[in-house]
Design a protein. Structure first.
Lengths: 273, 182
């Protein structure tokens, strides 16, 4: 019963596993760049061979970074049956393309649907591992600064990248605060005999109705807090769209350049294969 | 595109809510169908677009897409072209709907913004899934019950939050001393 109200415990954003691996020590902006290039490349791979090689490289990165594999894949556990159902659906009901391998009535496995299913499973594992390698080896502050530094060229297109980074920082800072507010709201309503725990799990209408009295006050609390924060920021002299100095300075060293070149070479290799 | 401090902060708190609804699974309502859950994680995007304009909507759409990409456990949503790119657009459509209807009635405009936002989210994401070749158009028709649930909830939440925030009266007005006849 009481664990129904423990929201904070399940929030894993911003988790960081300290370590001394080369991946931990890479410059965060370079790390983010490498991760993005790899993810975009993997998203477009279609052949078996290239997907296999990508998986090998991702597994190598996981072992270099020293993060526990089981921990990064644990997020998949609740969704495992759902993923299997989707993959089976993809395997049996995709449009007939390529050669038919197996057929029973209207069910058919073609070389196309087989490849689609295998590659989407491999891609899912690749992405989950890559994202956890990046997020578990980088501090949240470094992540938002890295986004800001990488997106600097976009300023010439009048895209407010500094402000975007600030928005991310404030948002991540507020997630635990709002989680606490939410716990408070849930307890307040449960103590008056209402709340989420009363709704049956598969009754979508009841579930939706039970959420409304939680989510509405949450929005209003958030907007009220926003007004307070605006006053606090302005009274401390915050002016948007202006160059700011930073306490923490970053300098690229040889290993950063090497890692970027290596990632590019691997991506070109994957596309060629 | 100039952002004021207020726009920055409102975008940030709404993004925090979107992330929170995602990680606590409170933003998902189980609807029995192939795609699993109806999601109300898009609602902060529509509310941001209505309250602070389309730039805030686009930023929130990006953050919503990013958190959906990072947290996805479904193969097709672990694809930035499905989870992020379509979401950039869902901050613009509710804003356009809102300014188009605002002249007629403020409340109706909130509702239309929620509806247009939710429908465009479904349409753009489904289009991206079909274009990327995960499923065909006929298979994707199975998301219709979920899309209806999402649209209903978006309309209710967008109206309720925006009206409460802008202090627009809904229904019969409360009794006030000043409105009593002399």
């Amino acid at each position: 019963m009481i664990e129904d109200f423990e929201i904070l415990r399940y929030i894993t954003i911003g988790q960081y596993l300290p370590g001394r691996s080369i991946i931990h020590r890479l410059d965060p902006a370079v790390k983010l760049f490498n991760a993005m290039v790899l993810i975009l490349t993997i998203a477009f791979l279609t052949s078996y061979a290239s997907n296999l090689l990508a998986l090998v490289w991702v597994l190598a990165l996981v072992s270099i970074s020293g993060i526990p594999m089981g921990y990064s894949l644990s997020g998949l556990r609740p969704a495992v049956w759902f993923i299997i159902a989707l993959l089976v659906l993809e395997l049996l009901f995709s449009p007939v393309r390529g050669t038919v391998i197996w057929q029973l009535g209207f069910l058919h496995v073609t070389s196309y649907s087989m490849r689609l299913t295998v590659t989407s499973l491999v891609r899912l594992i690749d992405f989950i591992l890559l994202i956890s390698v990046f997020t578990l080896t980088t501090r949240t502050n470094d992540v938002t600064r890295a986004m800001e530094r990488l997106s600097k060229p976009l300023q010439y297109l009048k895209i407010p990248t500094r402000e975007l980074a600030l928005i991310m920082t404030i948002a991540l800072r507020f997630v635990p605060t709002f989680a606490m507010e939410m716990e408070r709201l849930m307890k307040a309503q449960a103590s008056r005999g209402g709340g989420l725990t009363k709704a049956s799990k598969w009754n979508a209408v009841a579930q939706a109705r039970a959420r409304l009295p939680l989510i509405l006050p949450l929005f209003l609390i958030a907007l009220r807090r926003a007004e307070d924060l605006v006053i606090a920021m302005e009274s401390r002299g915050y002016v948007p769209n202006q160059e700011r100095t930073m306490y923490r300075q970053y300098h690229l060293v040889t290993r950063d350049w090497l890692s970027a070149v290596l990632t590019m070479v691997i991506c070109v290799g994957l596309v060629v294969v | 595109m100039k952002l004021t401090t207020k726009k920055i902060v409102v975008a940030a708190v709404l993004a925090a809510i979107s992330i929170l609804l995602g990680v606590t699974r409170l933003g998902y309502i189980p609807v029995p169908n192939v795609a699993g859950n109806a999601t109300i994680m898009g609602v902060p995007v529509y509310i941001g677009a209505v309250l602070e304009g389309w730039p805030v909507g686009v930023i929130l759409g990006f953050i919503f897409g990013l958190s959906s990409f990072l947290g996805a456990t479904i193969p097709m949503f672990k694809d930035p072209l499905v989870s992020i790119v379509p979401r950039l657009l869902i901050g613009i459509t509710p804003y356009l709907a809102y300014i188009a209807v605002r002249k007629k009635s403020e409340i109706v405009a909130y509702g239309v913004a929620g509806l247009v936002g939710s429908v465009s989210n479904t349409v753009f994401v489904v289009a991206a899934i079909i274009l990327r070749g995960y499923f065909t158009f006929h298979q994707m028709l199975a998301v219709i019950p979920q899309a209806i649930a999402e649209a209903t909830l978006s309309v209710i939440l967008t109206i309720a939050v925006c009206a409460a925030w802008n202090r627009v009266q809904i229904g019969s007005s409360r009794s006030k001393i000043s409105s009593l006849p002399d």
